[in-house]
Design a protein around this ligand. Structure first.
Ligand SMILES: C[S@@+](CC[C@H](N)C(=O)[O-])C[C@H]1O[C@@H](n2cnc3c(N)ncnc32)[C@H](O)[C@@H]1O
Length: 219
């Protein structure tokens, strides 16, 4: 991939599924570029945080197989409505922390964006879809590390994991989320590239948006 990508905030807003008001999806242009660069038709893509299903829907359109995991049943239903049917795309209603029991693998690529968290003053637990108040940043990072250890196990040798994650500054406090998440994933996969996502109208809280590209070592 090129080390930067230009992205349009208006395009992202226009891609929000009907009736949704939360921008938890990543742009189609990003997904298309990653799928074109790291997979060929017929290969399988995994998204352990499937969200509104951008990865799965775009994969289906580009002739890739896909499997996603999403915690919230209403989002699973939304993704199922967005997919056109057939055995090439599957979304599982479950917890990515149990990925190994849900997805047997192997998959050729993992493309995802985890739910974000501020390092301080953020009791809503991202890995419970912000629905419980037991959030704790070190625990969150540990759990993301465990999830990507499981991603490494289902990824074929030599396969890539591309993770969209940002650094943030909220209420005068900076969270180095991209660096912190990058470090915990690096315990299981090799970091190969950092792609800078250049938004034309970045939100005020965003200090830097990245796709971190990891690879599972061969054999
Ligand atoms: C940043 S969004 C992903 C955006 C997605 N790539 C898209 O294009 O729509 C994160 C998603 O992860 C889901 N999630 C949070 N905790 C989860 C967990 N433990 N297991 C699986 N999904 C989870 C959230 O409900 C949310 O839909």
């Amino acid at each position: 991939m090129k080390p930067w990508m230009h992205l349009s905030s208006a395009d992202l807003a226009a891609q929000l599924p009907d009736g949704e008001d939360q921008e938890v999806h990543f742009p189609q242009a990003l997904v298309e570029t990653v799928l074109a660069g790291y997979t060929t038709p017929g290969e399988t893509v995994l998204d352990p945080f499937a969200g509104f299903g951008t990865t799965l829907v775009t994969a289906q359109r580009m002739g890739r197989r896909s499997v996603g995991v999403e915690l919230l049943p209403e989002r699973v239903e939304l993704i199922r409505r967005r997919l056109t049917g057939g055995a090439d795309a599957e979304v599982i209603n479950g917890d990515a922390r149990k990925l190994r029991t849900l997805v047997p693998g192997p998959v050729d690529l993992c493309l995802t964006s985890p739910p974000y968290m501020d390092a301080i003053g953020h009791p809503e637990n991202p890995l419970n879809a912000y629905e419980t108040l037991d959030g704790d940043y070190p625990t969150y990072l540990d759990e993301l590390g465990d999830i990507f250890e499981q991603v490494a196990q289902v990824l074929r040798p030599g396969g890539y994991a591309v993770v969209n994650v940002a650094n943030m500054r909220i209420d005068g406090r900076t969270t180095f989320l991209a660096w912190d998440v990058g470090k915990v994933i690096s315990a299981h996969l090799t970091l190969c590239q950092e792609v800078l996502l250049c938004w034309d109208q970045p939100p005020a809280w965003l200090t830097g948006d990245y796709c971190l590209v990891f690879q599972r070592p061969d054999g």
